[in-house]
Ligand binder design. Structure first.
Ligand code: 4AD
Ligand code: MG
Length: 433
């Protein structure tokens, strides 16, 4: 008889049949006559029931050799059991040990310090909370591809090794043959702009790197960013797209990942309230509001993390803070015709104090103004020759933005620190495992 293998999530279709499930032991208990293995396989949890007087003696004895995280193959009949995790259980007839696990498994059901957990990230990842976070992350990524796919955007991959640079914060560099230094991309945007002139509406989605010496709960040195770039969109068109995208992401996670949000103890009531329109606040007004709330911010400063928290406290949806002073933002942002001290840009701040999740702008499409900004910023004009070409050959109104994936996961999952929102975080003091 051939073996029927099933995943735990796939068990409902096998009720009344005998199948084999492979996974790891998450909990073990025995009364001497009846024993339970709670097994996990990544798709769910399964309670396996072993009854001594119904089993071959060697199978019963094998149970005694099991430890936490032993990998096993278990065979038996699937039955509905509302009290069991997942709603099904297995009446075990066969048990095979695939890989033993010594008793010193480092992650135990007790409080571990965060450094210990991060040092054991390769094992910590197996715990229910971390599994839930990875699934929420996966869902958000899929929601993003679905959103842009439905709108006819083309996904373009941009280089990670670059000669030109994008944002102001620190660069990682590496030797690049005879070409001097290559820099790890801080953004795909500039390439995205070139692609938008070829394809109209595009998005990039990839890892980006910042050698920032920040040790905050919002900064990684390697993070994933999704950056759409839209030909013939002005800033307002771009804000509408951001709003629609965030609503779509939240709706999809609520609809498909209720179990994971529960595991994460995420209060979903604030997520249910994420509907447009999102308030659009002028930077100047934001500064006045913040000063009224006791912030030391003055016109010209970027908003600090505390300012962001103060500002969003009045709202239940994400908000856009628009038209920052030129000095506070990157060289490629378009000058605001209504107030040339400022640029046509917006940061999107998540509610509940999760801070900036999106930075975006309308791009400077005037060749000479862009060149002047490159000079003003002291940037190497040579490296930006190709970028200026986009303004030389058929310049076009265009806008785009960057959504930080881990910050979005942190917000949606209700996780205070983004280090748990990526499988293997890279931070200033962490390169391993
Ligand atoms: O605001 P930023 O720096 O914007 C850009 O990079 C633009 N080139 C985007 C564009 O217009 N195409 O970064 C965008 C987002 C931030 O809002 C934040 O969510 C995330 O990327 N981000 C980080 N996430 C984790 N760790 C860091 N060190 C981050 N820096 C930015
Ligand atoms: Mg920003």
């Amino acid at each position: 008889m051939s073996t029927t293998y099933a995943t735990i999530a796939g068990l409902p279709t096998y009720v009344g049949q005998s199948v084999t499930v492979r996974g790891w032991c998450a909990h073990l208990r025995s009364s001497g006559k009846i024993a339970f293995i709670v097994m996990r396989d990544g798709t769910g949890l399964l309670q396996c029931v072993l009854v001594k007087n119904q089993l071959a003696p060697e199978v019963w004895e094998r149970f005694a050799s099991l430890t936490l995280e032993t990998s096993v193959s278990v065979t038996g009949e699937v039955r509905a059991e509302p009290r069991a995790p997942g709603g099904y259980e297995m009446g075990v007839t066969g048990l095979t040990v695939l890989g033993a696990s010594p008793l010193d498994y480092p992650i135990q059901p007790k409080e571990h310090g965060i450094d210990f957990l991060l040092d054991h990230r390769h094992l910590w990842l197996r715990s229910p909370r971390q599994v839930a976070l990875m699934k929420v992350r996966h869902e958000i990524i899929n929601a993003i591809h679905e959103f842009y796919g439905n709108r006819g955007f083309i996904h373009v991959d941009t280089p990670i090794l670059t000669a030109a640079i994008g944002e102001r914060s620190g660069l990682f560099s590496t030797e690049y043959f005879e070409e001097g230094n290559a820099y790890l991309a801080q953004t795909g945007q500039l390439y995205g702009e070139a692609a938008a002139a070829a394809l109209g509406r595009i998005y990039t989605f990839g890892p980006t790197f910042r050698a920032e010496k920040s040790k905050t709960r919002r900064h990684l040195t390697e993070f994933w960013m999704m950056e759409p770039e839209m030909a013939f969109y002005d800033l307002n068109d771009s804000l509408q797209l951001q709003e629609d995208m965030l609503v779509h992401i939240v709706q999809r996670v609520l609809a498909t990942r209720a179990a994971e949000l529960k595991e994460l103890e995420r209060d979903t009531a604030p997520l249910e309230k994420i509907k447009g329109p999102f308030p659009r606040i002028d930077y100047g007004d934001a500064v006045k509001t913040l000063q009224g709330k006791g912030s030391a911010i003055t016109w010209g400063d970027d908003l600090g993390a505390e300012d962001e928290t103060l500002l969003v406290a009045d709202y239940e949806t994400p908000i856009f803070v628009c038209n920052y002073p030129k000095e506070a933002k990157a060289f490629y942002m378009k000058e605001n015709p209504a107030d040339p001290r400022t640029v046509l840009c917006a940061d999107c701040l998540a509610p509940e104090g999760y801070g900036e999740i999106i930075g975006g702008s309308q791009r400077e499409d005037d060749h000479d103004k862009l060149l002047a900004r490159i000079h003003e910023e002291g940037l190497p004009v040579d490296a930006y020759g190709w970028y200026l070409d986009l303004r030389k050959y058929g310049t076009f109104v265009h806008s785009g933005f960057g959504l930080g994936l881990e910050r979005t996961v942190a917000w949606v999952a209700g996780t205070p620190h983004i280090r748990e929102c990526i499988a293997f975080p890279r931070m200033m003091h962490r390169l391993r495992p």
